[in-house]
Design a binder for this molecule. Structure first.
Ligand code: SAM
Length: 286
């Protein structure tokens, strides 16, 4: 298929690039990279290489460096160029810009300026991993990288414990062991999970199991390349009517109806109104 080079309307084009296999680029991404007046990239070398692989001529167009540390002048400089009528294609190092990658400040500033912002969608490791993980895809919660410090990682995981969605984490090969052990301890070893390594590349590998079985097999895991870790949602605990009644009877010994209902509803994760009705009828009987 021939690449179409044609003038683009002014504005920002957020171009997704492959996460491994160079052929995972869309024809539209190639058209936009071939046609944009300017190209900005998180890593100019990677962007140049990508264009070279696909035979896209730069034809004198600049490739400007832009990442999260470019600061306000970086953003404002690019905004000024777009306001002058230029089309700007932005690529991050791999995958979709802004997904654990730079581009957010630039996109937000462009929107605030009333400039046109267009996505040229493509690969992202999070969605790619989700589809091969075997875990529920109806609801997922993208976490990205957890903090490196143990205490912060633990507290962030504790906050995620009851999220009713498949959790998606990015992780480095150096920290994947610690992260999995910590997740098993805090989220529960019996949670279904998957490790996806080197997706779309030659040594792609997907391991599925529970957090516990994946931790037990860490010695056989190659600690090389790029990793996505996914954890299945927390099982909804089924609370029986008898459990609610027992908890309420106990609470009503020391609390008023309203407080007992709030305490029990909170502890059991139930709607307060529903628990309040049971508490009220129990208090009447008592
Ligand atoms: N913007 C990218 C995206 O859309 O997925 C993510 C960039 S983030 C800086 C890089 C992280 O994404 C890696 O450390 C790894 O966790 C994950 N990742 C990227 N490519 C991957 C691949 N081919 N296989 C597994 N994980 C990958």
């Amino acid at each position: 298929m021939k690449i179409e080079t044609k003038p683009l309307s002014p504005g920002l084009y957020l171009v997704s690039t492959p996460i491994g296999s160079a052929r995972d680029i869309t024809l539209r991404a190639l058209d936009v990279l071939a046609s944009a007046d300017l190209i900005a990239a998180e890593d100019t070398r990677t962007a140049r290489k990508l264009m070279e692989i696909h035979g896209l001529p730069l034809a004198g167009r600049p490739v400007m460096a832009h990442h999260d540390h470019s600061g306000d002048t970086g953003v404002q400089g690019l905004i000024a160029l777009m306001r002058e009528g230029k089309s700007l294609a932005y690529v991050s190092e791999a995958g979709t810009p802004m997904i654990a990658d730079p581009g957010f400040e630039l996109g937000r500033a462009a929107i605030a300026e009333g400039l046109s912002v267009t996505a040229v969608p493509g690969a992202s490791a999070a969605v790619t991993a989700l589809t091969v993980s075997g875990l529920p895809t109806d609801r997922f919660h993208f976490v990205g990288f957890l903090p490196a410090s143990n205490a912060q990682r633990e507290s962030e995981l504790a906050e995620l414990r009851n999220v009713a969605a498949t959790l998606v984490f990015y992780e480095s090969p150096k920290r994947v062991d610690e992260m999995l052990r910590c997740a098993a301890e805090i989220l529960g070893g019996n949670r279904p999970a998957a490790i996806c390594r080197e997706l779309t590349k030659k040594f792609e590998e997907v391991r599925r199991g529970t957090l516990e079985t994946l931790v037990a097999d860490l010695d056989n895991l190659k600690h090389k390349g790029e990793f996505v870790v996914l954890v299945g949602r927390a099982e909804e605990e089924t609370v029986s009517e008898a459990d609610v009644t027992t908890a309420l009877e106990e609470a009503l010994l020391t609390m008023r109806v309203k407080d007992a209902a709030t305490a029990v509803a909170g502890a059991m994760g139930l709607p307060r109104r529903q628990v309040y009705q049971v508490a009220l009828s129990l208090s009447k009987k008592q």
